[in-house]
Design a protein around this ligand. Structure first.
Ligand SMILES: [Ca+2]
Length: 497
């Protein structure tokens, strides 16, 4: 008995000593020695995160790679707020201690590990590790419920031609960097349509009015290459029945709704013609944002909104998520230089129909006139789209250097790369308000942003003409491609809550 009790006390002491030693905690990411599979040509990520204990400070992070039967090599480090990747093939930093890889190749299979170096108050340096094994395989892409899936999407009316179209969506693919395959559509009458239109990971078939009812199917094209994630004999296929005959169909409902809107517009146009000049001014002043404009004119375009009687010329996006968005930033080509000074960022620059920055003074006026949500839309060079939304967005005035505020990240497949910047002041190349005393982040990263030291997003960065970059000065959103992946297209927009 005595000997048993002695052993139990011994175990208890050991546990106390062990937990004091292991004060840090891993918080998220693959478990140690986890097995991860990536699609050939696709992305893989290890979103490791570590929480330090009392008296612990993270000094550095290193990532290592070891291919089977090869030496372990360093692939990236993070020191002094900088991420350095030794290989430029889409290696990216995820917040805290995570790593992302793009364009996975067979030779990328192997062990990936992160080493975090901690400094403890009483002792010296401690290194802690976590490892996961990546297998890059030719396998089917991720789809909804493991199969292609056909869904009718919202009917959309074209701004220009006024035609009503209905989209059928087939599949939901992970981002592979390239369209990996194509699908073949069959209409109810047996017509075969090859669709190469692919949007947001989904194959799209557009149908114009009048829409034929019956069964539509999509399946992988027989010519789909056996490379990347698919085999030529992949059985994935799907079908959906589209009923357009009854009055209760979705399409008919939407047509009816559009007719109602058209009638409202006609009524309003009639009313506007009868108004006096004074009444017109009153009517225009009612349009304080793009939701107001949506009721007057459902098309996207340049509009004037009024804040306390002052006009602001803006671009209204009336398509995205049912419209009503004031766009205040757009990048779509390199035609407009975004490496500009404080005065330019205050008053705005560029072309509202092209690439532009609306201006910080206007953004302050708009976002403090009422409560707004923020939406960020992103598009990669191979077409994959992402977005992120935030509630309660506003910026303070010039005296506060347009400090950034919002309540919460409210979702979106691009992930949250802005919360790190919450509460920070805006900086430009000539006005350094960042938190890095010896460096001007706007100069270092060739942009203008709510920099800290320095960024997890940089949408006013240097516009590049391809996705992968080495300088980290690009148009970046770390949780959507990493900090070495520059976007092809961005929009920042606001809508009243
Ligand atoms: Ca600085």
């Amino acid at each position: 008995m005595a000997s048993t009790r002695f052993r139990m006390i011994g175990v208890g002491l050991f546990v106390v000593a062990f937990s004091a030693l292991e004060a840090y905690q891993w918080d998220g990411g693959p478990e140690d020695k986890a097995k991860i599979t990536a699609c050939l040509g696709g992305n893989a990520s290890f979103p490791w995160s570590i929480v330090t204990g009392l008296g612990e400070t993270i000094l550095g992070r290193d990532w290592w790679f070891q291919a089977p039967d090869k030496e372990k090599t360093s692939i990236a480090t993070y020191q002094n707020n900088h991420f350095y990747a030794t290989d430029n093939l889409g290696v990216g930093f995820l917040p805290n201690a995570g790593l992302s890889l793009g364009y996975a190749r067979h030779q990328d299979s192997g062990n990936y590990s992160v080493r975090v170096q901690l400094h403890r108050a009483k002792s010296s340096l401690v290194s802690v590790w976590r490892t996961a094994t990546l297998s890059v395989a030719d396998r089917p892409p991720a789809t909804q419920d493991g199969a292609l899936h056909v869904t009718p999407n919202d009917a959309v009316r074209d701004d220009v031609t006024n035609d009503l179209t209905l989209e059928l969506h087939c599949g939901q693919f992970v981002d592979l960097g390239h369209p990996p395959v194509d699908v073949v559509w069959k209409t109810p009458s047996g017509e075969v349509r090859n669709s190469s239109y692919r949007d947001n990971g989904t194959f799209v078939l557009s149908l114009s009015n009048p829409v034929q009812g019956g069964i539509y199917s999509c399946q992988l094209a027989p010519s789909a290459p056996a490379v990347r994630c698919l085999t030529a004999t992949s059985p994935l296929n799907a079908a959906a029945k589209l009923n357009v005959d009854g009055k209760d169909t979705r399409l008919s409902l939407l047509e009816g709704r559009l007719r109602e809107i058209e009638q409202v517009n006609k009524d309003q146009n009639g009313a506007i013609e009868e108004l006096t000049e004074t009444d017109n001014d009153v009517l225009r002043r009612i349009a304080a944002n793009c939701v107001d404009w949506l009721k007057l004119d459902p098309r996207s375009g340049i509009r004037t909104v009024y804040i306390s009687g002052d006009p602001i010329t803006v671009y209204c996006d009336q398509i995205t998520d049912n419209g009503g968005w004031i766009v205040f930033q757009r990048r779509q080509d390199a035609s407009v230089d975004f490496y500009r000074d404080w005065a330019d960022y205050r008053k705005g620059f560029g072309d509202l129909e092209g690439s532009f920055w609306l201006g910080l003074d206007a953004l302050h006026s708009l976002t403090t006139s009422r409560r707004y949500q923020l939406r960020v839309d992103l598009k990669k060079w191979y077409g994959t789209r992402g977005y992120a939304t935030y509630s309660g967005f506003y910026v303070e005035d010039s005296d506060k250097n347009f400090r950034l505020h919002f309540d919460n990240f409210t979702g979106g497949n691009a992930g949250d790369s802005l919360s790190w910047h919450r509460g920070l002041q805006f900086s430009t190349k000539d006005r350094d308000h960042d938190s890095w005393s010896t460096v001007n982040c706007a100069q270092k990263f060739h942009g203008a942003w709510w920099y800290k030291a320095c960024d997890t997003s940089n949408l006013n960065g240097h516009y590049k003409t391809s996705g992968r970059i080495s300088s980290r000065q690009g148009v970046t959103w770390d949780t959507f491609g990493g900090e070495t992946f520059s976007m092809k297209f961005t929009e920042m927009k606001i809508r009243p809550i």
